[in-house]
Design a protein around this ligand. Sequence first.
Ligand SMILES: N[C@@H](CCC(=O)N[C@@H](CS)C(=O)NCC(=O)O)C(=O)O
Length: 317
Amino acid sequence: MPVPDADIHPEATGPAKALVASHQAEQPLKFYAGWFCPFVQRVWLALEEKQIPYQYIEVNPYHKEPSFLALNPRGLVPTITSPDESGSARPLYESTVILEYLEEAYPTHTPALLPKDAYLRARARIWIDYVTSRIIPAFHRFLQHQPNPASSTPDTNQTGGGGDELQTLRAEFLATLKEFTRELHPQGPYFLGEELSLVDVVLAPWAVRLWVFDELKGGLGIPAPGQGAEEEAVWARWRRWVAAVEGRRSVRETRSEREWYLPIYQRYAEDKAQMTVLPTRPTVIRNRLAFFGEMIPIMLLKSMNKHWLFYGYESDW
Ligand SMILES: N[C@@H](CCC(=O)N[C@@H](CS)C(=O)NCC(=O)O)C(=O)O
C-alpha cells in the first residue's frame, strides 16, 4: 500500500521557494528540511531572524533514505549538521534542541531569542514546553478527530460531523491558546514584550496554519472581534500576537502556498497521514519503535509519559 505522506509535493512554493533558492550554496551549516513541516519552520525562522548562513537541503522524511537516517536515526526533519574542527559534519535534531544550539553556537548573531536574565530564560522555557507538550497535541487531536459512526451523539454543532466530540476537542484546543495568551506580555506584541523570542518562534508555525480548521473542521471557533463577551480581552490579545508574528519577514518568507499544504492536512483530518495518534493506529507506533530497534513494550511507554501518544510531535522522548 502506498504511504500517503511519501507523495507530498517535492519542493517549497510561493515565498519559501525564493528563500530556498537563495540558500543552495555550500555552507558549513546544513539544514535538512521539509518545506511543509512546522517543526522545520521553527528552525528556519531562527536561522532567518539571526541571519545565520545555512545551506537548505530539501528532504522527504517519509522516504527514510539511509544517508538521512545516518544523520538522524529517527528520520525526522528538521536535522542540521555543523562541522567540528576537522570539518566532519556533526548532526543535531529535535527542533527545540536545535533552537537552543543556535542560540549558544552563534552568540554574536542577533537578535538573541532567549533573555539574558536566568529567571526570564527559565520562564521562557516553561512556555516553550507548554507549546510543545500541550498546544501542539491539542491542535492535532482536534485536527485528526474522526466521527465515530457508532456514536449516538448528534452533531449538534453542525461542524462537519462528529458533533459534540469535535466541539470538546475544539474547546480543549482553544483553552490551551487562552492559557498561553494570558501569559503574554500585556503590551507585547510578543510573548516577552517588544522583542521576538523562542516562545514566539516555537508556536508561530502552528499559528499561521490555523486556517486549516476553517477548511477542514468547520471552523476554528475563536470569536470574531467584538464577539468574545467576557473573553474579548484574551482573544484581542491573541489576535495582536498572531498579527505581529504573521508580519515578521521570516514568517512570511518561509511560507509556501496554501494549496500545497492543504492535501497534507486533509490526510491528517481524515486520519490517513502516515504519522498519527496511537489509540487509533497502534501498529504505526509499534512499527516505528521496531524500526528504531527500540522494542520497548508499548504499555510500559504508556505508563511512563502520557505525551508518548504523539511520537514525532514531542521533543521530550
Ligand atoms: N519532535 C520533532 C518532530 C519533527 C517531526 O515530526 N517532523 C516530521 C515532519 S513535520 C517528520 O520528519 N516526519 C517523518 C516521520 O514521521 O516519519 C522536532 O521537534 O523536531
